[in-house]
Design a protein around this ligand. Structure first.
Ligand code: GLU
Length: 370
């Protein structure tokens, strides 16, 4: 640590599936990281890649730490130590990390460098979500939010709601939440409430999201944004709106609050934000849930595009990335929606059904060997 003391951090990397391609999934830094959580997240990555039909399996990683109270130097040393432990575990052909909760392009740059220095040559394809200057992809930073908006637009169409003026509330204002809010407002939606770990803000006429992002960059929180009312953080999910976007951590919507949810659509930008019991409550209320493995798959989809570009050392324009992302998300949404209609099941079950079938088909074709 900067003061000369030593700290021991526990890190995890779980590989869940290699049936359809190399393992893929982010690395998170958070005090609550534990093995069970990382296992669950690794499995969700398998289904997520399968739902959008990109050739990856699933993995996940994390380090239990409190990144908000660590300096850049401490984060760099911890990241490099973790990456050097993973040198034989990860690699562009076998397991490709990416950013997740409280990790970013800089963390990916340290992993690229640590891995490449160990190998003796530059290996940009070992992670995705890296800076453009190191072979990253245009549109990767915005991809989770952009993908979430693309599927939200399809859900609005199905419910016959115009995006112009449709109201949105967003829980969590990190990469996924802030960009979903920003792009949704570019499509004419009115983002009335947003929150982060410090609290929530509300403005009935809609928040100026680029200004809220600036305020958060300057002060560290959305709270205190001029012209908005403050809401108790736990009231965010009860905001009356057309689209509710949980974009924070697992288990946000549970039996204790599911009943208060007052929206038509839930678009899960976070991983695992709704407990199975809460899903049943939302179903009873007739809420259209676009499940995490579909709603937030834009991130891993552009990670796939980035990996392809990194492997070929041939780079695409931002327009090309975004239009291919749209194609993948809209196709996946309708595959899931049609399956849900045909089978009379909700969108989450339909997405899981499709994903598990694709992985099972790959496993059947490959067979069991040795
Ligand atoms: N952490 C992101 C997710 O949950 C991105 C994973 C990736 O791109 O590999 O989907």
């Amino acid at each position: 640590m900067d003061d000369g003391s030593w700290e021991v951090f526990t890190g995890y990397r779980v590989q869940h599936s290699v049936e359809r391609g190399p393992c893929k999934g982010g690395i998170r830094y958070h005090p609550d990281v534990n093995l069970d959580e990382i296992k669950a997240l690794a499995m969700w990555m398998t289904w997520k890649s399968a739902v959008v039909n990109i050739p990856f399996g699933g993995a996940r990683g994390g380090v239990a730490c409190d990144p908000k109270n660590m300096s850049q130097g401490e984060l760099e040393r911890m990241t490099r130590r973790f990456a050097s432990e993973l040198v034989e575990v990860i690699g562009p052909e076998k397991d490709i990390p990416a950013p997740d909760v409280y990790t970013n392009e800089q963390v990916m740059a340290w992993i690229v460098d640590t891995y490449s220095m160990n190998k003796g040559y530059m290996v940009p394809g070992v992670v995705t979500g890296k800076p453009l200057a190191l072979g990253g992809s245009y549109g990767r930073r915005e991809a989770t939010g952009r993908g979430c908006v693309f599927v939200t637009l399809e859900a609005l169409k199905i419910l016959g709601i115009s995006p112009q003026g449709a109201t949105m509330a967003v829980q969590g204002f990190g990469n996924a939440g802030s960009i979903t809010a920003k792009i949704a407002s570019e499509y004419g939606m009115r983002v009335v409430a947003v929150s982060d770990s410090s609290g929530a803000i509300y403005r009935a006429e809609g928040l100026d999201i680029p200004k809220v992002i600036e305020h958060k960059q300057q002060t560290g929180s959305v709270v205190g944004f001029a012209g908005a009312e403050e809401l108790p953080g736990d009231k965010l999910l009860a905001t009356k709106c057309d689209v509710l976007v949980p974009a924070a951590l697992e288990g946000a919507i549970h039996t204790g609050n599911a009943d208060q949810i007052n929206t038509k659509i839930v678009a899960e930008a976070a991983n695992g934000p709704t407990t199975p019991e809460a899903q049943a409550v939302l179903d009873d209320k007739g809420i259209f849930v676009v499940p995490d493995i579909l709603a937030n798959a834009g991130g891993v989809t552009v990670s796939y595009f980035e990996w392809v570009q990194s492997s070929q050392f041939y780079f695409w324009s931002e327009e090309e990335v975004n239009s291919r992302l749209r194609e993948v998300m809209v196709r996946a949404f309708h595959e899931v929606y049609n399956a849900s209609q045909q089978k009379g099941i909700n969108m989450r079950d339909a997405a899981l059904d499709l994903a598990v079938s694709r992985v099972a088909e790959a496993q059947r074709l490959r067979g069991i060997y040795p």
